[in-house]
Ligand binder design. Structure first.
Ligand code: GLN
Length: 544
């Protein structure tokens, strides 16, 4: 039977609860304990797929095609597992299931209530993941902070679990913030005490308190938290702010969290081996020559919107011993200020995924600039659409080629809806989602990056390359380097007469791992690192 760790957050959001959960997974896995993870999101959307990135940040797509919270990306990167739809549960899913059951008559005669019907449905999701994954430990993160109205049913469900599975099989971890008061130059523990009080009020006594702070936590603050919150002194775990998120597992391990969990849950564990992780962090902390990569998108004000893309670039940089100097370029600014001003120092350009017409022409400018100036270009989903539009405009000598997403009446719909997508009216969960096979074409840059002939990659889009234009663009130098096995869908394309201009219809960023960069990102940075921009000096030969 699986044991459960429930993680709640207090005081404020954005203190790194998701990274803490991911890191707990890392330190348990380093002891050869099997782990799976679940995120509970209290909002009423069924999934974040229909939310704006400004509301929610990136939508992370699992292999089985679920549109999920970006924390799942961190779980996958930190624990090196591929999660499924079962790892993200929202209030929207829970309520819609309960109401569907009620309409079907499953509860005939009964009054449907939050307790027990909603809480039972929530607990069934815990059990489903435990059964399917067969993991020894299931870590469950409750989104939001304790005290939020919509989080109550989730907290009540995790409270009930203590009796359902036995108190020795559950562990409650509370992650809080110790704010620093400049005037008195001290870290304050009171908000932590209050949020623990709030937890206790609903019947949950935390076993472990993880305290995030921007400053080292003095012994007396730890003692105070232990005393007032009634947790063991060694179960007050400091989590100072660090320069790289990948350092968090090492910090938590050093503070004794791994051993504490093993003891409290009586787990069978091996000695922890975090050597790979230690090496990763020491390489990340060593300064390397930078490579300038422009990320041209329309949500750049909110860096979380491109979380996995940024991480995948970092992983690739690490492989080449380069620091990624990310230039966040707003595509609407490109429309106004021009490419030379904003892309002049870029050694590589990435156009990531996105929806809607805003900023599209700026992205097309970026693709044009990359092609004209032979700057490496990586197009991800929408970035591929943009590359195809730009190339078609160039060879046809017309501004009219477009995607029907942006111009429904273009005479050159180079990107268009598939006939089966045209029939669909609902917006939620109806795109081409999750893993699809892609057959690589020998001799292409993409095939040489992968070193394999068949790969599976994660998708999230409605529109596709329009096959009517295949021959026209091919004659002008576009190579279709990856196709669906039936040959009908263009999955990857690249330009023959360009050092490295490669785009994919899928999202390779979701599959990148810190120690295993995705091949397309790896080769993109490999090409970009050798590009010299105006004003840049080639490294001088070293003479003693
Ligand atoms: N908006 C485009 C589509 O729906 C691209 C989506 C994306 O970049 N994920 O096909």
């Amino acid at each position: 039977m699986s044991k459960y760790i429930f993680v709640t957050g207090g005081v404020v959001s954005s203190v790194g609860k998701g990274i803490t959960v991911a890191s707990m997974g890392t330190i348990l896995k380093s002891r050869q304990i099997t782990v799976s993870v679940q995120k509970l999101d209290p909002y009423l959307n069924v999934d974040p797929g229909t939310m704006s990135p400004y509301q929610h940040g990136e939508v992370f797509v699992t292999q089985d095609g679920a549109e999920t919270d970006l924390d799942l990306g961190n779980y996958e990167r930190f624990i090196d597992v591929n999660l499924t739809a079962d790892s993200n549960v929202t209030s929207g899913q829970i309520y819609s299931t309960v109401i569907t059951k009620e309409r079907r008559g499953d509860f005939l005669g009964g009054t449907i209530q939050v307790v027990p019907h909603v809480t039972t449905e929530i607990k069934q999701r815990f059990e489903k993941l435990a059964q399917k994954s067969q993991a020894e430990v299931i870590i469950i993160e409750v989104g939001g902070t304790v005290g939020d109205i919509e989080g109550q049913p989730f907290l009540e469900a995790i409270r009930q679990m203590r009796n359902d599975v036995g108190r020795d099989n559950v562990l409650y971890v509370h992650v809080t913030l110790l704010p620093y008061l400049n005037s008195t130059q001290e870290l304050k523990t009171k908000p932590t005490q209050h949020s623990v009080n709030e937890l206790r009020r609903i019947g949950i006594q935390p076993d472990v308190i993880i305290c995030r702070s921007d400053y080292p936590i003095p012994e007396e603050a730890k003692n105070k938290i232990s005393l007032f919150c009634d947790v063991d002194r060694e179960a007050v775990i400091p989590m100072p702010t660090v320069s790289t998120i990948y350092e968090v597992p090492l910090i938590l391990e050093e503070e004794g969290l791994g051993q504490l969990i093993v003891e409290k849950l009586s787990l069978k564990a091996h000695q922890p081996d975090l050597s790979q992780w230690q090496e990763l962090v020491s390489r990340l902390k060593t300064p390397h020559e930078p490579v300038n990569i422009a990320l041209v998108g329309k949500y750049v004000e909110l860096k979380d919107a491109y979380f996995s893309v940024r991480e995948a670039l970092r992983h690739a940089g690490l492989y080449h011993n380069r620091d990624i100097n990310l230039l966040w370029v707003h595509s609407e600014d490109l429309e106004r200020d021009g490419s030379d001003a904003l892309l002049g120092s870029a050694q590589g350009i990435v156009v990531p995924g996105g929806f809607g017409i805003r900023g599209i022409e700026g992205m097309v400018k970026a693709a044009n600039y990359a092609r004209d100036n032979e700057i490496p270009y990586l197009g991800l989903c929408l970035g591929m659409h943009v590359m195809v539009i730009e190339f078609a405009r160039f060879i046809l000598g017309s501004m009219e080629p477009n995607s029907t997403e942006f111009d429904a009446s273009t005479p050159y719909p180079v990107i268009d809806l598939l006939p089966e997508q045209k029939e669909i009216e609902n917006k939620g969960g109806t795109m081409r989602l999750g893993n699809y096979p892609c057959q690589l074409v020998d001799g292409s840059r993409a095939a040489s990056a992968y070193g394999q002939s068949l790969v599976y990659e994660r998708h999230r889009h409605r529109l596709e390359f329009n096959n009517q234009f295949r021959t026209l663009l091919e004659k002008a130098g576009m190579v279709y380097s990856g196709l669906s096995p039936d040959g009908k869908l263009v999955e990857l394309c690249e330009l023959a007469n360009h050092p490295w201009m490669v785009s994919c219809q899928f999202h390779p960023e979701f599959g990148s791992r810190p120690t295993r960069p995705h091949p397309l990102f790896r080769d993109f940075i490999g090409a970009a690192k050798d590009i010299l921009r105006e004003g840049a000096q080639p490294p001088l030969p070293f003479s003693p």
